[in-house]
Design a protein around this ligand. Structure first.
Ligand SMILES: [Zn+2]
Length: 123
């Protein structure tokens, strides 16, 4: 555990997922792997595995959950664009990660994202 009191003197703590300021009186949660602090709202929206995946994606690609919340989000459009850019180097796993990252910065949880993908595949 970080020393919460000392930390508060120097800087405001922000949620590692959504970058919301974390109130000193609210309960906080920490990632098991990198000690990131996560707000209670994100803790409710994401399960433990999804938190670790999201933190990894933000480390890799930058941004945070809900950064572009107001943007129009189209998985199909984005998928086509990524596939276009990847060309013959197309790697389904990396494309999945990029798409999930894209969903996260638009405020879509991994659960919602997977349901959208499933609906897409069924069509
Ligand atoms: Zn948060």
């Amino acid at each position: 555990m970080i020393n919460f009191r000392d930390h508060m003197i120097s800087e405001q703590i922000k949620c590692a997922i959504c970058h919301a300021d974390i109130n000193v009186s609210s309960p906080i949660f920490q990632s098991k792997f990198n000690y990131s602090v996560i707000c209670s709202r994100c803790k409710n929206l994401f399960n433990q595995e999804e938190i670790e995946i999201a933190l990894n994606l933000f480390t890799l690609y930058g941004g945070y959950f809900g950064k572009y919340r107001d943007d129009q989000f189209s998985i199909i459009e984005r998928l086509l664009k990524i596939v276009e850019n990847e060309d013959e180097n197309f790697n389904p796993e990396i494309t999945d990660m990029k798409l999930l990252h894209f969903a996260l910065i638009h405020g879509i949880t991994p659960g919602e994202f997977n349901r959208s993908l499933e609906a897409l595949i069924k069509d």
